[in-house]
Ligand binder design. Sequence first.
Ligand code: ACO
Length: 402
Amino acid sequence: VIDIRTLYRDTGAFTYDPGFTSTASCSSRITFIDGDKGILLYRGYPIEQLAEKCDFMEVCYLLLHDELPNGRQMQEFVNDITYHTMVHDQLTGFYKGFRRDAHPMATLVAVVGALSAFYHHELDIRCPIDRNLSAIRLIAKMPTIVAMSHKYSIGMPFMYPQNKLGYVENFMYMMHATPCEDYVQNPVLVRAMDRILILHADHEQNASTSTVRLAGSSGANPYACITSGIACLWGAAHGGANEAVLRMLLEIGDVSKIGEFINKAKDKNDPFRLMGFGHRVYKNYDPRAKLMRETCHEVLTELGLHDDPLFKLALELERIALEDDYFIEKKLYPNVDFYSGIVMRALGIPTVMFTAIFAMARSIGWIAHWDEMISDEEQKIGRPRQLYKGHTLRDVVSISAR
Ligand code: ACO
C-alpha cells in the first residue's frame, strides 16, 4: 500500500483510477476481505462462524461496537432496538403519496430520507449520543419501513411491530401476517432470514458504502447518507443483482437452455452478463454464496421443495459455468446474490422486495462505516479529482451568430 496523500501538494500530479480498482479511499477497522482466498471477516471473526453461532442482533452490535456482546450488553441493545421499532404516524402517511406499483426501493429512498425530518433535534453528528441514537433508530425502523413498503404495494393494511418478537420474527410478522388470522412462525425460515441479514450486513468499501461515506464526509446527517446508499444499492450491478438473478433464472427456464445463456454472457457484442456471477474483490468463491447455497438446501428441504426446479437450474448453471474456460480465466464465481433470491422466494417474499431486504441488512454496515468515518480525525471531505477530456479554452459566440 502506497500512501500518496502528498503527491499533489509536492508535484502537482494525481492518479487516474476509474472505478477505484486500486485506490483505498479510507482506512477501516470493520470488515476484512481476502478476495483471492475467499475470506470475509467482520471485526476479525470469520463470516462462517458468525453465521453459525450468532444472530443478526449480535452481528449488529459487533459491527457497531467492535466486540461481540455479553448477555447483559445484548439484552440492553435489544431493548434499545425494540423501543424504537415504531415509525411516527405521519411517516406512514408518506406511502399514500406513492403509486401502489412503485418499486419498493423507490419508496424506501423517500421514506428513509424523510427520517431526518422527524429527528432533526437529535442529529448533531459530533455528539456520540446522537450518533448512537441515529444508528439504533435506523436498525430498529428499517424492518418496519421495508415491511410497510410491501404491504402498501399489495394493498394490505400495515402490521405494527410486535415488540415481544425477536428482530427477524417481527420482520416476518410485519411482512406476512394479516389482521384476520394468526401468523405461525417457522424457526427454520426465521433462521434463514436471519442468515440472509448476517451475510449482507457489511462488505467494506462496496459502491453503496463508499457512497454513504462520501455523502457523510460533507457533514450530511446519517439518514440522508443512508438514503444515498440505498439509491446506489438499487443498481443491477450491485444490490439489484438478487432481483436480476431470479428474473434471469426464470428466463432461462430449463437446464437445456443454460448453454445458450452462457454463450450470450461470453459474447463481447452482447451486453448480457450472468447475474450473480463475478465480483470486484472476490477472485475465488464468495464465502457468502457457499453459506447461502447451504441455506437454500435447508429451506427447500423444510418446505418439502427439495426438487425445486429453480434451485436445480441454479446448481446446474453454477456447475457448467465453473467448468467453462471463460469463467475460469476471468475468475468469475457465484456471488452472494446468486442463491439469496431462491431462498427469499421460498420464504414467500416477492422478487421486487429482494433489494429492499438487502438494504435493510446493509443498513447496519452503512451506519457503522458512517460512524467510523465521522470519528476519524484524518477524514476530509471526499473530493476525487478528474481527468478532463473536454474542449480547451474557447470564446462564446452570441446566439444570433451561431
Ligand atoms: N458474466 C459475464 N462476464 C462477466 C461477468 C458476468 N457476470 N462479470 C464480469 N464479466 C467479465 C467482463 O465482461 C470483463 O471481461 P473483459 O475483461 O473481457 O472486458 C471481466 O469479466 C471483468 O469484469 P468487470 O466488469 O471489469 O469487473 P468489475 O470488477 O468491474 O465488476 C461486477 C464486478 C459488477 C460484480 C461484475 O462481475 C458483474 O456485472 N456481475 C454481474 C452482476 C452481479 O452479480 N452483481 C452483484 C455483485 S455482488 C453485490 O453487489 C452484493
